[in-house]
Design a protein around this ligand. Structure first.
Ligand SMILES: Cc1cc2nc3c(=O)[nH]c(=O)nc-3n(C[C@H](O)[C@H](O)[C@H](O)COP(=O)(O)OP(=O)(O)OC[C@H]3O[C@@H](n4cnc5c(N)ncnc54)[C@H](O)[C@@H]3O)c2cc1C
Length: 407
C-alpha cells in the first residue's frame, strides 16, 4: 500500500482537502478526469463568485434544509469566517454585498484559483489530469483510465472522493460515479436539479424585447412560500435567486406551476391603489407605473403578460396584479442546466466525519453528498466545509485517533 492519499475530483471540495492534507505533511495526489481543474468553480465566477454569506451561523446552517443537522458540525468546523480568512490568505480580499453575500473583490474565480494552485504546488500536491476514476479493481486498488484507454491502479493510504454533482456535465461532473458507488452498496438518493430556471411561454414581443432583463427587488410566491430576491427574464422563461430558492417545492409539483410575482414587496396593496388613483391627468398608465410606482419597463410588461396582453384599467385590480402577477411555469429546466444537484451519497451511508460505511478509508465531500441549499454562497461553503472535514478525518484516523466529529 502506498502512503499517498488520493483525492479524486479537482473542484473546490477536492482541492481544499488536498490543501489540508498536504499542509499536514501528507503526500497527496489529486486525480481529475478533465484536462484542467476547477472548471465549475471557474464557471461559478462568471456571474460574480459568491463565496459564502455573512448571516449568523445559526441562521446559515438552516439553509441546508433536511441536511441541516448533518451539516451543522461540518460548517461549525469550517465556518464562513474561516472561508473568508482563507481567501484573504490567498491575496483575495472579500466584501459583503448588499444582500449579505460575500464575494472576492476581483469577483472572478480565476485569480483565486491561480493563487490556490501555486500554494498547492508549493505544498507538494501532485495534480494529475485526464485520468478518470473507474472504481476499484479486483484487488481493491483504485482504477483510473487515461484518455487513450489504458488504465493504472493505486492502493492509497486513504481516498477522498470529491466528484461533484451531475449538473453542467460538460464541466466534468457527470454523476458517473453513482453506478460505481451503488455497486459498492453505498446508498444514493436520486439526482435532481436544484437552483434551476423554469420555462415560461412568453409572448414573442416580451421575449424579444426583454430577455436578459432583471426583475430586481421582487418576491416570488409559490404555495405558502414567498422568497424575496431577483429573477431574470430569459428567452425560455425565468432564472434567478428568488426562483432558485423555490426549486425543491417546484420540483415536487407535477405539471405546470402557477407562481405569483410581487413587483413591489415594500408597498401594500392600499399604497399602490392610492398612488394609481392619483394619476396626473393626461399621463399614460405606463408613465404612472414608471414614475409613481417605480416599475421598470420589463416589470410593466410582465404585468401585461400576466393579464393576457393588456394592463388592467381598474386601479384596485392593477394594484392586485402588481402585488401578485400570476405567471405559469410550464416546467423546471433539466439537471444539465441546474446550478447544483440535489441527491447523491445518502447521509446514512457516511459516518459523521464523512467516511463511507461500505468502504472504510474512503471519504466523500462536496456536492456529491446529499444536501442542497439555495444560491447565496451556501453551495461553495458546503463544499469547502465538507472537503476540510473529510481531510481532517483522514489525518485524525492516520494519527490513530478515533473520529473527529463524534460518531
Ligand atoms: C453556473 C454556475 C454558477 C455557480 N455559482 C456559484 C456561486 O456563485 N456560489 C456558490 O456557492 N456556488 C456556485 N455554483 C455551485 C458550485 O460551483 C458547485 O457547488 C461546486 O463547484 C461543487 O464543488 P465540488 O468540488 O463538490 O464539485 P465540482 O466543482 O463539480 O468538482 C468535481 C470534479 O470532479 C471531477 N470528476 C467527476 N467525476 C470524475 C471521475 N470519475 N474521475 C475523475 N474526476 C472526476 C470533475 O471533472 C470535477 O472537476 C455555481 C454553479 C454553476 C454551474
Amino acid at each position: 500500500m502506498s502512503n499517498t492519499v488520493a483525492v479524486i475530483g479537482a473542484g473546490p471540495a477536492g482541492l481544499v482537502a488536498a490543501e489540508v492534507l498536504s499542509a499536514a505533511g501528507k503526500r497527496v495526489v489529486v486525480y481529475e478526469r478533465m484536462p484542467s481543474v476547477g472548471r465549475k468553480f471557474l464557471m461559478a465566477g462568471r456571474g460574480g463568485l459568491n463565496l459564502t454569506h455573512s448571516e449568523p451561523l445559526d441562521q446559515f446552517v438552516k439553509r441546508y434544509g433536511a441536511a441541516t443537522e448533518r451539516m451543522r458540525p461540518l460548517l461549525g468546523a469550517f465556518t464562513p469566517a474561516d472561508l473568508i480568512a482563507w481567501a484573504n490568505g490567498l491575496g483575495q480580499e472579500t466584501f459583503i454585498g448588499s444582500s449579505g453575500r460575500v464575494f472576492p473583490k476581483a469577483m472572478k474565480a480565476s485569480p483565486l484559483l491561480r493563487a490556490w494552485l501555486t500554494r498547492l504546488a508549493a505544498q507538494g500536491v501532485e495534480i494529475r489530469t485526464r485520468l478518470r476514476w473507474l472504481g476499484w479493481d479486483e484487488s481493491g486498488a483504485l482504477k483510473f483510465q487515461h484518455d487513450d484507454g489504458h488504465t493504472e491502479s493505486l492502493t492509497p493510504a486513504a481516498t477522498i472522493l470529491a466528484l461533484g454533482g451531475a449538473s453542467w456535465p460538460r464541466l466534468g461532473s457527470d454523476g458517473g460515479w453513482a453506478e460505481i458507488l451503488r455497486a459498492r452498496d453505498v446508498s444514493l438518493t436520486p439526482f435532481q436539479p436544484a437552483n434551476v430556471g423554469c420555462n415560461v411561454v412568453w409572448s414573442d414581443h416580451f421575449r424579444e424585447r426583454f430577455a436578459g432583463e432583471p426583475l430586481k427587488n421582487i418576491a416570488i410566491r409559490f404555495g405558502d412560500t414567498s422568497v424575496r430576491g431577483e429573477a431574470i427574464v430569459t428567452t425560455y422563461g425565468l432564472e434567478g435567486g428568488a426562483l432558485y430558492a423555490l426549486s425543491a417545492s417546484l420540483r415536487e409539483h407535477a405539471g405546470p406551476a402557477r407562481i405569483h410575482i410581487d413587483l413591489r414587496p415594500t408597498h401594500t396593496h392600499a399604497d399602490l391603489t392610492a398612488k394609481l388613483l392619483h394619476t396626473r391627468s393626461g399621463e399614460s398608465l405606463s408613465n404612472t407605473l414608471r414614475k409613481s410606482i417605480g416599475l421598470t419597463p420589463v416589470a410593466i410588461n410582465l404585468l401585461r403578460e400576466a393579464n393576457g396582453g393588456a394592463l388592467a384599467n381598474d386601479p384596485t385590480q392593477l394594484a392586485a396584479f402588481i402585488k401578485a402577477a400570476p405567471i405559469t411555469l410550464t416546467a423546471p429546466r433539466g439537471l444539465a442546466r441546474a446550478i447544483s444537484t440535489a441527491g447523491g451519497v445518502a447521509w446514512e451511508s457516511v459516518t459523521p466525519d464523512l467516511e463511507l460505511k461500505a468502504a472504510p478509508g474512503v471519504y466523500a465531500a462536496g456536492e456529491m453528498l446529499d444536501w442542497e441549499a439555495p444560491t447565496g454562497g451556501y453551495l461553495l461553503q458546503g463544499c469547502f466545509a465538507t472537503g476540510v472535514c473529510a481531510a481532517r478525518a483522514v489525518l485524525w484516523r492516520a494519527s490513530g485517533l478515533e473520529a473527529l466529529v463524534p460518531r
